[in-house]
Design a protein. Structure first.
Length: 263
């Protein structure tokens, strides 16, 4: 006779183990369990305020400015920035490597020997790829094209993301104005030092000065300073923005950028 064994279902009671509540002299404190959402990752956080401090050339705070959201409050997409940076780097590449083929090597116009009767192999030119000093077969050519196409709107959006990233990371310094009496490097170095002290930024690590219009005095004064460069608003590009640490721009440069890039 077969014996049937009944399988009893085992119920396992799951208990949630809470951390030990804090104790005091009066007793146990009331413990409230709240679910905390993870903090947004870098690049996904929202910029709550677009208000930035404005500094004078002496490094003193001269007021505040509200930056345009369409330019300095754009949500950052790291993939788009990388694609735009790669496209600019590749499109600026020159085809330097070039090997000459048999039509470009000097000489070889005369047949080295007659076709028949010598007992040697027939040859038409000493610049054949079979000869030493002859042309190269399938070598690198200067006609090679490395260019990569990127849409104009994507390139523009990546530039605005770079500007937004500079503001979000605290690497943007706004000046009331930037004027020099003479194009002296010593005078520009003093301004950079004062602004760096007032804004609590290490501008000597790399700074780009954005100008709304061409100013020969500022350009010549900053030319000999290490890790200090100047650029016009119309020449902004993703590679130069990402290759420098801080951006310093007067208020008129911000207004010029708004006129060019604001939708």
């Amino acid at each position: 006779m077969a014996v049937v064994k009944s399988k009893a279902k085992k119920t396992v009671k799951e208990e949630k183990i809470l951390p030990n509540p804090p104790f005091t002299k009066e007793g146990v404190k009331d413990v409230k369990i709240t679910s905390s959402s993870p903090s947004p990752s870098k690049g996904e956080g929202k910029i709550l305020s677009l208000e930035a401090k404005v500094y004078s050339q002496d490094g003193e705070e001269a007021g505040k400015i509200v930056l345009p959201k369409e330019i300095f409050g754009v949500k950052i997409n790291s993939d788009l920035i990388a694609q735009s940076l790669r496209a600019q780097a590749v499109n600026s590449r020159d085809s330097i490597a070039h090997a000459k083929d048999r039509s470009e090597v000097r000489g070889g116009g005369k047949k080295p020997w007659k076709q028949k009767g010598t007992g040697r192999a027939r040859h038409a030119s000493i610049r054949s790829p079979l000869w030493a000093g002859g042309g190269v077969t399938f070598g690198p050519r200067k006609e090679r094209n490395f260019s990569v196409k990127i849409n104009r709107k994507m390139k523009r959006q990546a530039l605005l993301m770079a500007l937004s990233g500079k503001f979000r990371d605290g690497e943007l310094v706004i000046l009331e104005n930037l004027e020099l009496a003479q194009p002296k490097t010593k005078e520009m170095a003093a301004i950079i030092s004062k602004v760096a002290a007032g804004a609590a930024k290490e501008l000597n690590k790399g700074t780009m000065i954005i100008l709304s219009k061409k100013d020969e005095r500022v350009i010549r004064a900053a030319k000999n300073l290490p890790k200090i460069s100047t650029m016009g608003v119309a020449s902004l590009n993703i590679m130069d923005l990402l290759s420098t640490k801080y951006l310093v721009m007067p208020k008129d440069a911000v207004e010029k950028i708004s006129q060019i890039y604001k939708k």
